[in-house]
Write a protein that binds this ligand. Structure first.
Ligand code: MOS
Length: 761
């Protein structure tokens, strides 16, 4: 078990963690044998199609269903006239409930936003349902809608008034600092609406067996789906099972209880047959969450030496009328650099759109775009190298609370990244580097992300024949947790990786929380370490009992290794024999991990499907990175190409360097999309480009060279495993690094994303 702890070494053949290991489930995914939720077939399976509203606000006056009802192979058409009152309200996940949007489609005649579900058509085939759905006619009474910032009717509220725990930061006197400063940057930065667009759509499939409901749905929080659905439909949660299987991407979507599941479940009950919903790509832009548009007014000032003397970060984020979800992020920008005077003002702007939600690194992607652009502007103003400016403002303590960072390898990331990237060849003056017709720019930015950890339970079994099983209701979202759990169990129990079976994605298994906040590895590997230790201790106790083969040895000194239970003096016994002392077949344990400092009811919160991520403690626990970009901007056409991206990341102990690097590379390429491509455009309060033809996502072909380096970050204080998690670290800061590189290439400072060719002309 020692190998699983931070101080431990990966000894001998049991040293599995820390070595590159290919994904266990990778082959099934790339060969098409993996079964996704919507691949399931059942007897009598019917297919649903959605009708969504064409107005953004108002009432439904009437339906004309005659043509749709007469269409072939239609089994049922459901509207609010069928389901009003049948779906109980459930609050948002962040407000103590389960929902990712508390909007209930088919709950009333109200239209709260464009693209909301107004009818559900069920047919014998997906084609029949879609054909009939297209024949549904709806008449509306239209009311004026607010779409975004500054629209009439948009309601601005302080985050502190919207979210119970939010507090703006006020330390020192930034206005006095501003008046006295040698250098000042004052600017507004803006980031656009973005949609997740995973390849796998937002599907669900509901099947009843008497009064028991089984839901097959790609989700990264099946516990919330189970309990939320039970609350909506008035069912005992024990009668609801949710199975997610593998997940075809989420990027922050597939988040808790979705709006469409209850109506599909009700339709399945009315029709007496299982019903599957596979919405269109276009509908996925409005039936689920998205990253909302944000804007940031930054005032950053410094003394002659470049030391920051004052920072004001006033941010506004869009949200819906009906939920308290709003991304807070100024706490991170306030704590990143040494500064004696800081003020943050965060506001939510409520409009007639669906509730937004997390999208990978929800606050850091927009908020750090603003700060890390402003820092670059400050460097240019002072004539300092941007890395040098950051070094002058590096801090071992949080400037707001005074708490230390558990580790602070930010400048180590900049140094490693700069060396690998070749930062030294950067000519300081903007617009001074050129290759033929292309202007060349080099830019950098920081990536930081607070480390999160959650309670988790899992079942661990070790068989007499040397096999092991790990089972819990967490999810394989594509991050490689299946592989990590197998590696950890192999190391902790002294069996080969190939002999470990990992079962996830089913609420019938021991409870686990949300796959989010980059908390999967910290939480699940902690639970696994606990389980391995429980099994080891139990076997050691039994084997050292009087009359047993290792009687007299210290049970604490026994280890499971190479298929044996071994004492410090080298004596030992085979696994089969050790296990046989308890039960001939195998031994099993339930590990219930609760992060130190959690609320006393953390396990009940977990088992009830509520969210329970914690960050706290006496230190600020962050993962760090430095992003570097080389961009080429064509001098005549303004075309922007990213020639290279280099990232250097410090995320504590790395358990699988192969999947860690892959995840970071993917995040960086996605960050390129955030800088140059991705934007959902409003058309009134509706979306104009809700498809993959016009919503541009990056591919590996959009960057010529991308590299992610792992910087050593031994951190004993972050948690016993020394693991920080890096699921979201790779995307953060890429947008600012690219914008800063564009400025370096052209002298043009672009403060609103995405940066398009027209901004270069
Ligand atoms: Mo992340 S989108 O906070 O899981």
């Amino acid at each position: 078990m020692k190998g699983l702890t931070n101080g431990g070494t990966n000894e001998g053949s049991d040293g599995v963690l820390g070595r590159p290991q290919a994904r266990i489930e990778g082959r099934a995914k790339v060969t098409g044998t993996a079964i996704y939720a919507s691949d399931r077939r059942a007897d009598g399976l019917a297919h649903a199609a959605l009708v969504t509203s064409t107005i953004a606000r108002g009432r439904i006056r009437a339906f004309d269903l005659a043509a749709a009802e007469a269409a072939p192979d239609v089994l049922g058409i459901f509207t609010h006239r069928d389901f009003a009152g049948a779906i109980a309200p459930v609050p948002h996940l962040m407000a103590g409930g389960y929902a990712n949007s508390s909007h209930r489609p088919l709950g009333s005649d109200r239209v709260a936003y464009a693209g909301q579900i107004v009818a559900l058509v069920v047919g014998r085939t997906p084609e029949a349902a879609a054909r009939a759905a297209a024949l549904v006619r709806v008449r509306y009474a239209l009311e004026p809608a607010a779409a975004t910032f500054d629209d009439p009717g948009a309601e601005t509220v302080r985050l502190a008034d919207l979210k119970a725990h939010h507090e703006d930061i006020a330390t020192g006197d930034p206005d006095a600092a501003w008046a006295a400063a040698a250098a000042r940057v004052e600017a507004r930065y803006a980031t656009p609406i973005q949609h997740h667009n995973p390849i796998e759509l937002f599907t669900t499939c509901c099947a009843w067996d008497g009064d028991r409901l089984t839901v097959y749905e790609p989700s990264r929080f099946i516990g919330a789906v189970r309990h939320g659905l039970a609350a909506q439909l008035g069912l005992d949660p024990d009668k609801v099972r949710v199975v997610s299987g593998p997940i075809g991407g989420h990027f922050g979507s597939k988040f808790a209880l979705s709006q469409y599941t209850a109506p599909v479940a009700l339709a399945a009950r009315r029709l007496g047959r299982p019903v599957s919903l596979v919405p269109t790509r276009r509908q996925c832009f409005t039936i689920a969450n998205y990253r909302p548009e944000t804007r940031h007014d930054i005032r950053l000032c410094a003394d002659r030496d470049g030391r920051f003397t004052g920072l004001v970060h006033a941010a506004e984020v869009v949200t819906s009328r009906f939920d308290p979800f709003a991304m807070e992020g100024a706490d991170v920008t306030a704590s990143l650099y040494a500064c004696p005077a800081i003020r943050t003002e965060e506001r939510a702007v409520r409009v007639d759109r669906n509730t937004p939600g997390p999208m990978r690194a929800p606050p850091e992607v927009p908020y750090l775009f603003a700060l890390e652009s402003a820092v670059d502007e400050m460097a240019a103003q002072l004539g300092l190298d941007p890395i040098d400016l950051r070094r002058r403002n590096d801090t071992a303590r949080d400037p707001v609370s005074g708490k230390p960072f558990s580790s602070r390898p930010l400048m180590a990331c900049f140094d490693a990244g700069a060396a690998a990237f070749g930062w030294a060849r950067r000519a300081p003056r903007p617009g001074s580097m050129r290759e033929g017709a292309w202007r060349v720019g080099l830019g950098c930015a920081a990536s930081v992300r607070p480390v999160k950890i959650a309670a988790a339970t899992l079942r661990l079994r070790l068989s007499a024949d040397g096999g092991a099983e790990v089972a819990c209701a967490h999810h394989e979202i594509g991050n490689g947790i299946t592989t990590l759990l197998a590696m950890g169990a192999a190391e902790g129990l002294g069996v080969p990786v190939e002999r470990v079976r990992v079962e996830l994605g089913d609420t019938a298994l021991p409870a686990a929380g949300l796959s989010g906040g980059s908390s999967t590895t910290t939480s699940l590997m902690s639970a696994l370490a606990l389980g391995c230790e429980q099994l080891r201790a139990r076997l050691a106790r039994e084997a050292t009992a009087p009359g047993r083969p290792l009687a007299g040895r210290d049970p604490a000194g026994l280890r499971l290794t190479g298929g044996r239970l071994v004492a410090a003096d080298g004596s030992g016994l085979p696994l089969a024999e050790a296990v046989a002392g308890i039960d001939g077949a195998g031994v099993e344990t339930l590990a219930a991990f609760v992060p130190p400092g959690s609320a006393p009811d953390a396990l009940e919160v977990l088992r009830a499907g509520h969210i329970g991520l914690s960050t706290g403690g006496d230190a600020l626990k962050w993962a760090f990175g430095a992003q570097f970009a080389e961009v080429h901007v064509h001098a005549e056409t303004g075309e922007i190409r990213v020639a290279r991206l280099t990232g250097a990341f410090a995320a504590g102990r790395i358990l699988n360097p192969l999947t860690a690097r892959s995840q970071l590379l993917g995040g960086m390429i996605w960050g390129l999309g955030s800088a140059l491509l991705e934007e959902t455009v409003l058309d009134g309060a509706a979306y104009r480009n809700p498809d993959l033809a016009e919503y541009l996502v990056p591919t590996a072909m959009d960057v010529d060279a991308v590299e992610a380096l792992l910087v050593p970050d031994p951190d004993e204080a972050v948690n016993p495993l020394g693991v920080k998690g890096l699921g979201e670290l790779g995307v953060i800061g890429v947008n600012a690094a690219i914008a800063n590189a564009v400025h370096h290439a052209t002298g043009r400072r672009i403060r609103a994303l995405p940066i398009r060719i027209e901004a270069m002309l």
